[in-house]
Design a protein around this ligand. Structure first.
Ligand code: SF4
Ligand code: SF4
Length: 447
């Protein structure tokens, strides 16, 4: 099999060896969860429960009307102790429902199972929404919206590249649950009416192929599903790079994968799809990797949504060398967000937490731009990160928009190759939000 790829990109050290052989362990028991109410990309939702109320695991605890909304479910049974603002993984504060875990009569409040290959498309989309499923590898985009494209879809791509250094949870999921992963892909293909499915894997995970091929034969429903190898290169798992590598098609500037007949789904999201139909299980837990140079006992874990990372550390499930700790990052080192502490809850899209050593953190200390042009050569979206950085630093949002900040896929390659360690991707992430807010304000004023 010849490995496919895209132009540009970088080769950061992989650092996956500490956890790639470690099975996913369940974090248990959890005494308390702090569930952020708004974990999805889209319109806000509101709490449906009150302080003092008993809730069952899987019960809907927040929701709202509207297409770009996704309901939220209790990840443990227990009593609602507080509804209050808490620090979140995006470095902002937001409303959270705090549940003290405990026995509640009735057990789990899951949905009834639903056959994804016998129900109607409308029933299937309603199930995906009711189960609270969002993209678990990125910004938390509502999956029921992604699976209702307005253009014909030729191929569903399972994004199994896991190109972020350190993270190994997708690889472990494919080793431990290949059938549920493949069935999630088959379900997605049926919902969007795609005749083909592709699983895009980086070469460093080629050992999972025999297990996947067996699962395709057993759980692929006779559909046209193929495994494709990709070069191990960052950001191979970026949607646009994955599509161009696997299909040869380029998503146009400002466009979406459906513009070139594709839908892309993350590994965890596909497993959550299978659970939502086969078990009626809402998205109440997720697997993640906790590792880094200051983590003396790294792990792949499965934890209820809303588990505080500090509680995982306190339970002894992972061990941190506090004297070595330089920085805590939610996500991978390329696209993740540095946070001031770790009393922060896991969300639906938390794929990893890094406890970086002082040495690793010092590597990221920022200096002045030396105009070397490396960021421009590495950017797979053909942008000029140094110019974008200058425009955003000077507050010139019009200039930033004109030179393409909204086309940045936030892959972090420019930050990685920058010898001055400038936090380019972090600035572009905020810059995109500012440009979008400005455009919305202008559109509102023009009405
Ligand atoms: S400018 Fe955006 S798309 Fe280009 S390398 Fe940087 S983060 Fe990636
Ligand atoms: S890589 Fe860094 S130092 Fe070089 S031009 Fe880009 S921003 Fe400046």
């Amino acid at each position: 099999m010849i490995a496919k790829t895209f132009k540009g990109g970088a080769h950061p050290p992989e650092r996956k060896e500490r956890t790639s052989e470690l099975p996913i362990e369940r974090v248990s028991p959890v005494k308390q969860v702090v569930i952020p109410i708004n974990q999805h990309f889209g319109a806000p939702i509101q709490s449906l429960v009150k302080v003092g109320e008993q809730v069952r695991r899987g019960q809907k605890i927040a929701d709202a009307e509207g297409r770009m909304t996704v309901p939220l479910h209790a990840s443990v049974s227990g009593t609602v102790a507080k509804i209050e603002s808490r620090p979140l993984a995006n470095n902002l504060e937001g409303p959270c429902i705090v549940i003290e875990a405990g026995e509640v009569p009735g057990g789990d409040a899951f949905l009834p199972p639903l056959d994804p290959f016998a129900c109607s498309k409308e029933e299937a989309l309603a199930r995906v929404r009711e189960a609270g499923i969002v993209g678990m590898g990125g910004a938390g985009f509502p999956t029921h919206v992604k699976l209702a494209p307005t253009k014909p879809i030729a191929v569903v791509i399972a994004n199994a590249a896991e190109c972020e250094p350190f993270l190994t949870v997708d690889e472990r999921t494919m080793i431990e649950r290949p059938g549920d992963f493949v069935e999630g892909l088959a379900i997605t293909m049926r919902i969007v009416g795609a005749p083909a499915g592709l699983i895009g894997l980086e070469e460093n995970k080629a050992s999972v192929i025999p297990g996947l091929e067996k699962a395709i034969a057993e759980r692929g429903r006779g559909m046209d599903i193929q495994v494709k190898l990709l070069k191990t290169k960052y950001p191979q798992g970026g949607e646009k790079m994955l599509i161009v590598a696997l299909t040869g098609k380029e998503v146009p500037s400002g466009g979406l994968p459906m513009d070139v007949g594709c839908v892309v789904q993350n590994v965890g999201t596909l497993v959550a799809m299978t659970e939502a139909f086969r078990e009626g299980k809402p998205l109440v837990e997720r697997a993640l990797t906790i590792t880094g140079g200051a983590c003396s006992q790294p792990k792949n874990l499965l934890a209820p949504i809303g588990t505080l990372v500090s509680d995982i550390v306190a339970s002894g499930a992972v061990r941190i060398a506090e004297e070595e700790l330089g920085r805590v990052v939610f996500g991978g080192p390329m696209m993740g967000v540095a946070v001031p502490g770790y009393a922060i809850p896991l969300q639906k899209n938390s794929s990893g937490v890094l406890f970086m050593s002082r040495k690793e953190a010092a590597y990221f200390a920022e200096g002045p731009c030396i105009r070397c042009g490396r960021c421009m050569r590495a950017c797979s979206c053909k942008l000029s990160p140094a110019l974008l950085n200058g425009a955003l630093k000077s507050g010139n949002l019009d200039e930033a928009e004109a030179i393409g900040v909204l086309d940045c896929v936030e892959c972090g390659t420019c930050s990685f190759v920058c010898p001055a360690h400038i936090q380019l991707v972090q600035r572009f992430r905020v810059g995109k939000q500012l440009v979008r807010a400005k455009k919305q304000k202008e559109a509102k004023n023009a009405r």
